[in-house]
Ligand binder design. Structure first.
Ligand code: PBG
Length: 323
């Protein structure tokens, strides 16, 4: 036997020398659920270890994450029922607490990279990402709402606008309104290939944002398909996106790899709520080793070609790195 691949694994020095991928804390984006109540700190049953943070408590939470080396954050709002409507007007209202939280965070911590979520679902009485009429999710009528929401977010100081709605033409609509208002430096991270996935369940619990009727299959992608991901990514690039995203990540590593092979923009993997819950709950039962499973999951996404990973593991991972 002349060829023995095990020789390159014989010591930790050699294994480290030939290591192709690694996860740095700079690659991770930490999602935070924010609520209107100032000092709230409430657990989410289906996401052990993840909390909803009040508009004041979130400042402390971000501070503790910064101390661990995290610099990228995305905020998701928990909107009170009485602020929801058919067309989600509260999403760009002056008194929207989500926008105020962003402003406060950027004032306190100007160096963080803060990303938003753009979609109607948290604000919508229908729980859909677009305006609903007779059971149909309207595309073109939704674009102006997404645009206004994005402009309000840029004005609040978000560094990256994150459209997660999957309406056609949203990136162009958002880029146009941002540029027209001189927010040429505000970035867009498009949820390019977002699948209609069962893995979003815990997130919808956290936000109480599940669709009231029907499902999201007329706008989110069919898990059976990959070619559509190429079309979506191509359109997002033409329309002015700065980053592409694949969501979920773990069951879609092939999609990450395909987009990485075909396009030059950085790709973010969204390691979604259900993927987190799966690992965390098994680890809490003692059925999986938490630290090594988390590491392997995140590594698989980097290996597939993701430059960054949006993940609920970020804080735990940062704590492991610190040790
Ligand atoms: C809202 C949105 C969702 C997620 C992120 N943004 C839910 C959905 O599309 O139903 C899910 C994220 C997760 O599961 O972690 N459009």
């Amino acid at each position: 036997m002349y060829k023995r691949p095990r020789r390159n694994r014989k010591s930790s020095a050699i294994r480290n020398m030939v290591e192709e991928n690694f996860i740095g804390i700079q690659h991770l984006i930490y999602p935070l659920f924010v609520t209107q109540k100032e000092n709230e700190e409430s657990a989410i049953k289906s996401m052990p270890g993840i909390k909803r943070w009040g508009s004041q408590s979130v400042l402390k939470e971000v501070e503790s994450c910064i101390a661990l080396g995290i610099s990228n954050f995305v905020l998701f709002p928990v909107i009170p029922e009485d602020k929801k409507s058919k067309k989600g007007e509260y999403s760009y209202a002056d008194d929207n607490f989500y926008l105020h939280v962003a402003k406060e965070l950027k004032k306190e911590f100007p160096d963080i990279n803060l990303m938003s979520d753009v979609a109607l679902d948290p604000y919508s009485t229908d729980g859909h990402d677009g305006i609903v009429e007779n059971g149909i999710i309207l595309n073109d009528e939704t674009l102006p709402v997404l645009s206004k929401m994005s402009l309000a977010q840029a004005q609040a100081g978000f560094d990256i606008i994150g459209p997660s709605d999957m309406m056609d033409g949203r990136v162009e609509a958002i880029r146009q309104i941002l540029d027209k208002n001189n927010y040429t430096q505000t970035s867009i991270m498009s949820y390019s290939a977002k699948y209609a996935s069962a893995f979003y369940g815990p997130f919808r619990d956290a936000l109480d944002s599940a669709p009231k009727a029907g499902d999201k299959k007329t706008y989110q992608m069919n898990p059976a398909n990959k070619k559509e991901a190429l079309i979506e990514a191509e359109l997002d690039i033409e329309e002015g996106a700065d980053f592409l995203m694949v969501k979920p990540a773990l069951s879609y590593l092939d999609v990450i790899q395909t987009l990485n092979d075909n396009f030059n923009l950085p790709i973010t993997a969204y390691n979604v709520s259900g993927e987190y819950a799966m690992v965390k709950s098994a680890a809490l039962q003692g059925w999986l080793d938490y630290e090594s499973t988390m590491h392997e999951v995140l590594l698989s996404m980097r290996r597939a070609g993701a430059s960054s990973i949006l993940t609920y593991f970020a804080k735990d991972y940062a704590q492991v790195l610190k040790k």
